[in-house]
Design a protein around this ligand. Sequence first.
Ligand code: SF4
Length: 374
Amino acid sequence: MQLTSAQRLKFQLFEHGLSITRDALQALKQAAAGQALSSDDFASTSGIILRLEDNVWVNAPVSIFNPNFVVNSPYLLEHGNDGFVVRGNGLESRAKYWPQPKFHSQVGADGLPLTNYVVTHGDRARLSPIHGCGMVCKFCDVPYGVRYGKKPIPAMVDAVGRAIADPLQPARHLLISGGTPRSADIGWLKEVYRAILTSFPSIDIDIMMVPVDDLLNVEELGLMGVHQLSINLELFSDYAARRFMPQKFRQGRNHYLNFIENSATALGAGRVRSMLMVGLEPPEETLHGVQAIVERGGVPVLSPFRPDPTTPLKAMPPPSADLMQSVFLSAMEIVDKGSAHLGPSCVPCTHNTLTLASTSQGSGHHSHGQPFLV
Ligand code: SF4
């Protein structure tokens, strides 16, 4: 598989991040119209969202939000008469910038920022019902710095409605994710799922969650209209799982794989994704994970490790572009053999994953809408 310049740039940007010229920074600020350049809300969404040529979406790390590893990147965002261009090491692509929705700078009826509940990336909003997390994974910023707590359901319903109605970047679909509940809050989170699924029946709603006991009743969620589940394996090797995500390790890899298989049987093909993080374990382990997910009827999603400045792994480097590209190409062979595909299938949602649009070489094959780009 021959990758284009824009496609290769995506891997390089995940490793090195992006430098920005003074003119380009000015143009970004103008396009952002007073908002921050990035929502910077999760480890993997801390960068600026660009669409390169060949429909390549990338969440490019920048030093403003990732000073821990973006230092003098050889990849430069420039701005001229024809708009934005990314250049470096012989690679080049025109680029469009994705400005944040209006609601990101607004408050809800409770006086709190709406981003306390919902943040949009591309064409998808993400609702996080829980502050913090009942688990602690060392690569994830969610449990660090924020105390565990539940958010009020009416405020969450209001925030999702505001994200869908946003005049600049209306959310076309929704992911409910965020932290894992403590056992005492499982009933409450089921109520959240019910409230959101029944309040917004006209959009696709996915749930990303750790398979803890009694939380995800897949048949019931299917009847309520859930679109997809994301049951993230994250790391395949015992060694890395024990080291970086001890609670998930104790649940056991087979627990995850069995849950993926049973959910895929209940919901149907293509409706259960599972994320694997690239860069915290040997690549062959990640590829074993891809194979195992495909064999269980799931859709593998490759997520590049991005060291978050608030986590214990802040000083670890991201994986090299060569390693990411090689894992991506090998994973494509595995999914092709299994008549499967790499997720996510929504092209704008590939901004922080090792997935490419199928119009060129990859698996992403549709958009829920056309996000506004500058
Ligand atoms: S369970 Fe999920 S949200 Fe919680 S720390 Fe681990 S990766 Fe982060």
